[in-house]
Design a protein around this ligand. Sequence first.
Ligand code: ZN
Length: 413
Amino acid sequence: MPPLPRIDPDRLWRRQSEMDAIGATPGGGVHRLALGADDIEAHRRLADWAAARGWTVALDDIGNMFLRRAGSDPALPPVASGSHTDSQPMAGRFDGMSGVLAAFEALETIDDAGIATRHPLEVAIWNNEEGPRFAPACMGSAVYAGMRTLAEMRATADADGITMGACVDDLKAALPDAGRRELGAPFAAFIESHIEQGVTLEGNGNIIGVVTGMQGYRRFRVEVTGADAHSGTTPRARRKDAFVAATEMAVALRAAFIDDTDTMRFTIGRFEVEPGGISVVPGRVVFVIDLRHPSAAALQVEGDRVAAICAGLKGPCEVTITPHSASDPMEFPEAMRARLAAAATARGYPNQPIFSGAGHDARHIARLGPAGMIFIPCKDGISHNEAESAEKEHCAAAAQVIADVLIELAGPV
Ligand SMILES: [Zn+2]
């Protein structure tokens, strides 16, 4: 086999800068919510670049986009890489986009080198990974992998009542030449590159993290019901103060889920107090617990403690705990991890195995074929923030590893 071609770091960085301008914020970040005008423009730009290469563009019914360089055997499923173009509100330039552009640069490099592959190669752009406009997050990959239903997800609406289905139709209208892709079509392999969104790689001086897996989560909706009452006239003994009961539960839950190794992740990110009058003893509180752990057994045991802890602190109120959502921990196949680590080492990039605390599209796509994931450092671990930053050479290293592994997996002719 001829030597593996080198990616072009300058071209990759130019493309990054071009994308940075789409939805740019004054603070140096991007605001590119899923399938808003800026996100659709980012899709259009990628599709234009692909068309200029003679690659095909396809969209599925939940708005995932696939840029395909044909292989020699059209019957074979694609070997793909990619991530997402959407962002959190007022967020960073590299979350998602760096992985999309690493994949695109990998395909361009393979194209420039004239390497024919047996499998088609694809850049996959998963729709609505972030989720702030349309819940849930990782929607596109979840529908593609059959974890969510198309009809239900197309019906989800943003705060203005605009549905995801209408936005997907907007995307299709913006890309009239795009072909149609069936949901659930398998991959021969899928690899996602992403910024770490943590400080492990930076702290260890490593450039590539080979992701071992992702932690699971259990979420619980806790509803505490008391009675609305006048704040000036109601004595303590007669109060059914849902806020007091809920805060005692929150403090006790936090204490219960502190572990020696700091592995368990316990968060209450939503806490709603009703009716919300300054002079009203609140009669109702709803909060949601997000509990995460790499071990399915630990999640089971610890999550099962929530109900008893809350019941023990309800006082004169009533409490109802309902499961909100859950996802099992997952591991990427060992063979793919070894392949990614070997590719990084062969290029002289210091690398390490790393566990992902965040969820990513590769979690779902791993159900459809062998999947893997790499991380690159981001400065001080800052992400979901305009200050998010990644080094040019680290983005280039990711693209190089993706290019090298795609060639291996797609079978040079
Ligand atoms: Zn992301």
